[in-house]
Design a protein around this ligand. Structure first.
Ligand SMILES: Cc1ncc(COP(=O)(O)O)c(C=O)c1O
Length: 486
């Protein structure tokens, strides 16, 4: 559970970051803080120490704690426009090397690699209880496959959930899947055939590239802005190019993308839906991180702008509830029959027990509170990691300020190669996702990397980010001296 000292630290951090507490001003003393918040002196000291660890406060001997200047905003990455033609995807080898699927050796110093939230931030206890009770009271959840479409209760929850962001889904178009990955594979399997071209963001989530490679589809990487996402203008240029190739589908994360954390403005979402309808391009929306947007009002998905229900919406509970449950969903619109046939021919169903347990937790009061806390924790953790980057990474490192979620995309100064840095880092148990994973050729974005900030920022985590920064500096100095040597 969220400790009182964390909450107090989070509240003060927000005041410092927003400028309501100016840099250099004295923070309440331990006694004042304890009295103000009705906590013990130990809790108050812990809260001040957390602020110190986050580099938002400094302790001055005999004077107390003082606010530190929030780190200066960092410059945004600059992307070279991608090639505007489609190409075969070759990413599986790079991915297998990076994520061998075993515990890293030496032991992991900090979970900065895979895109996952801290287990402490997930309502695992509530899920454990629900799973144990359901296994006892409803053994049929284990003895049968369950319905092909998945739990009706879960599908109804999804319909109600999307209505809150003004998006109408129908339970009859929804299928519960084995994670978001199965949803993506079903979506593309339903609308494409081997050899077809699919437009994607650049950089783009490597799982998209894996699905394209598996289904033998080509990727057309489209210019993407670090904050506003896929450029609708650039996609229009590809579609309108005289004699240009035919793009069969567009697969993207329009709300809080992976790896950039970008969100398309509403006007762009609307224009994208219209453009794809005009050119007969199927739209597949990965909405996995939508609920982790930092804004008070969650942005509306692409499907909201699509009166014809042609956009296929995919998602999962992996980033918000339980990655190990492997429960996702697809709202397939007109493609539902084809998606059903594909699901029947592959996985048949999704674990009924886990679907039922998730439905219980989602319907309970725990979920709303949990999501509020998770969103806030993600935002705070991202800010804290940005602070460490400012302090420890090479000057001129560029960072994207994400619109939500817990991923940070960094561009290192020219001459850096994140795959080489990765090899040095992993031998010390330091993980991250090198930029090369996010391009169809497995060669792009060599100067960039993605950090997972889903975990609580402990001193060990800060030390890991600082060490990574030192490795980046060292690598840069070596590559600069090599390029200057005769
Ligand atoms: C954008 C995006 N889509 C889909 C997935 C896969 O989701 P799942 O773990 O539910 O299969 C991920 C996982 O990292 C992701 O980041």
């Amino acid at each position: 559970m969220d400790a009182a000292y964390q909450r107090i630290a989070d509240d003060i951090a927000r005041l410092i970051n927003s400028g309501h507490i100016a840099a250099g001003s004295q923070l309440p003393s331990v006694r004042e803080l304890a009295a103000q918040r009705g906590v013990s002196a130990t809790t108050a000291v812990s809260a001040l120490r957390v602020l110190e660890q986050r580099q938002l406060a400094e302790a001055r001997p005999r004077l107390g704690y003082f606010a530190r200047r929030a780190p200066a905003p960092m410059a945004e990455p600059q992307f070279r426009p991608p090639q505007s033609h489609s190409r075969a995807v070759r990413i599986s080898d790079v991915i297998t090397q990076m994520f061998p699927g075993e515990a890293p050796s030496p032991p992991r110093a900090a979970p900065l690699g895979a895109a996952l939230p801290d287990p402490e931030l997930l309502p695992i206890q509530a899920l454990q209880k629900a799973t144990a009770r359901l296994a006892r009271t409803r053994p049929q959840l284990l003895s049968g496959y369950g319905p092909l479409d998945g739990s009706l209760r879960l599908r109804r929850w999804l319909v109600a959930h999307y209505l809150r962001c003004e998006t109408v889904l129908d339970p009859s178009e929804l299928l519960i899947t084995n994670g978001g990955m199965e949803a993506l594979e079903l979506a593309l399997g339903a609308v494409c055939q081997s050899g077809d071209s699919v437009a994607v963001e650049s950089p783009c989530y490597f799982g998209f590239l894996q699905v394209l490679e598996t289904l033998k589809l080509k990727a057309c990487e489209v210019r993407t802005h670090p904050r506003s996402g896929l450029s609708v203008e650039a996609l229009a240029e590809v579609l309108q190019a005289p004699g240009g190739e035919r793009i069969k589908a567009c697969l993207l994360c329009p709300t809080v993308s992976n790896p950039l954390g970008a969100t398309l403005p509403d006007a762009d979402k609307q224009a994208l839906v219209a453009l794809c309808q005009r050119y007969g391009v199927a739209l597949v929306e990965d909405d996995l991180y939508g609920d982790l947007h930092y804004a008070a009002q969650r942005p509306r998905p692409l499907r909201h702008f699509d009166a014809r229900a042609e956009v296929i919406v995919c998602g999962s509970f992996s980033k918000t509830l339980a990655p190990g449950a492997r429960v996702g969903y697809i709202a397939a619109g007109h493609h539902v029959e084809r998606v059903r046939a594909l699901k029947f021919a592959t996985s048949v169903s999704t674990a009924p027990l886990l679907q039922a347990a998730l439905a219980e937790v989602l319907e309970g009061a725990v979920y709303v509170r949990h999501m509020r806390r998770l969103r806030q924790a993600c935002q705070d953790q991202v800010e804290q990691v940005m602070g460490c980057i400012t302090e420890h990474f090479p000057p001129e490192t560029r960072v994207v300020q994400p619109s939500g979620g817990f991923l940070l995309w960094l561009q290192l100064p020219a001459g850096s190669n994140s795959l080489e840095i990765y090899r040095a880092a992993i031998s010390e148990g330091l993980e991250f996702a090198p930029g090369a994973l996010f391009s169809a050729s497995g060669q792009g974005f060599a100067d960039s990397l993605r950090l997972n900030c889903g975990h609580r920022i402990t001193p060990a985590m800060q030390a890991a980010v600082a060490r990574l920064g030192a490795l980046c500096r060292q690598h840069l100095a070596q590559s600069q001296s090599a390029s200057h040597s005769p």
